[in-house]
Design a protein around this ligand. Sequence first.
Ligand code: SF4
Length: 488
Amino acid sequence: MQKSQLQSSEKKIPHPIEFGAYSEHVPGQIPSALKYATGRFMEQRAACLDELPEWEALRQAGSAIRLHTLENLDFYLEKLDQQVIAAGGQVHWAKDAADACEIVLELARQHAVKRAVKVKSMATEEIGLNHALQEVGIEVVETDLGEYIIQLMGTGPSHIVAPAVHLKKEQIAEVFSQEFGIEAPTDPVELTAIARRVLREKFLAADLGISGANFLVAETGTLVIVTNEGNGRMCTTLPDVHVAVAGIDKVVPDWESLSVLLKLLPRSGAGQKISVYTSFITGPRRAKDEHGPSEFHLVLLDNGRSRILQDPGGRETLKCIRCGSCLNICPVYRNVGGYAYGWCISGPIGAIFTPQILGVQQAGELPFASSLCGACDEVCPVRVPITDILLHLRRRVAEGDAYEPAVVATPLRAAAALGRQALGTGWLYRLGGRLLPWLQIPWLRAGWLYKLPPPLNRWTKVRPLPAFRAHFRNWWKRRHQVSTGDQP
Ligand code: SF4
């Protein structure tokens, strides 16, 4: 197919599985829409939780369910596999992103697929599925409104739940005006109606429906999709073939466990008691059914998850149910936005998930993109110990461990070791405090240090460092004397 024949929604995006692919979209200013929307999510969440006194007990139960499932993952995956097949579906195991894309491409080839419609899915973002399908000339249309907007813009999601959270309605109207050659209004209802009209045609013309999964129930082989827009049902019922791509961590043992997680997910993410649509899909259309796909395929994606599972320090990352509340509360995320994290999963969960999936050699800076304030730990509905895992990964970056070698340069490691020694030895600390104000003089200008020698020049190449102003212990003593009224 010629490029000129492609619809606007087929615009190519930079290959998303490469770390840093998202960085080029970092806006010059912090989008006010981002702070507004994340603030609203947190307000709605607080109001919702006020009505639920058993919230903490539910969190504890959710955490225990996720941990139990991870500890018995082989058992539940095997059960899931059997139940999906028993329901008439097919299961494919993908060891990595390339493998998963190849499985979907092969299915597309077998069915001579020309057009695919998609439900929002972070697993398909992770493997770069849109890119892979477009490479072979298949039209891929995102049908979640936020995903559709960012697809038109040629970028990726800046939030794991609300992909276009950084955009204002005026910016979206501009995108629609350019793409559809109309004077698009700035009214959100009218903008949604425009998207709906375009997408209706796409749903009806699609040969393949692609989804992710919020959960996979091992007991019955059921795929669970939680959405607010109804597009999930259109994608999974109208095309003749449905392919779901899901991480192996999405499995839950049974419906009882699912009922706990379904209470946690919408409340924590968007402050909703229940999402507008919760779809349960068990296999393809049965003989007596009028509608639905004739084939259902489940692609179970590892892509580094079994490696994370082996690491006791990082394992609980896989408890995550992708609610997005750690992003909404995070002061770093709210000030830098999702694209600054360089990959499709952003915010605190991205800061621990991405380095474990891509490796600290590539994404080792992310565990340091946190103030360690712990707000994410407090809101997480399944108690992922994000702060502990950030520290675990910082240690990996600095010192290396059984999983990956250190990435910090030797001089910096030596400087850190020296610093640790100085801060932990009383006399050395006091001596340093007296000497530093003198030693810094060659680099001192108006209270700032410029062009320091290696290894500190890594910082001062980009920005000056505040000068050491006074001996801390003397300063503290004077402050105490002033506050208690004692004479110095
Ligand atoms: S780590 Fe917790 S708070 Fe963050 S997205 Fe996952 S479940 Fe939600």
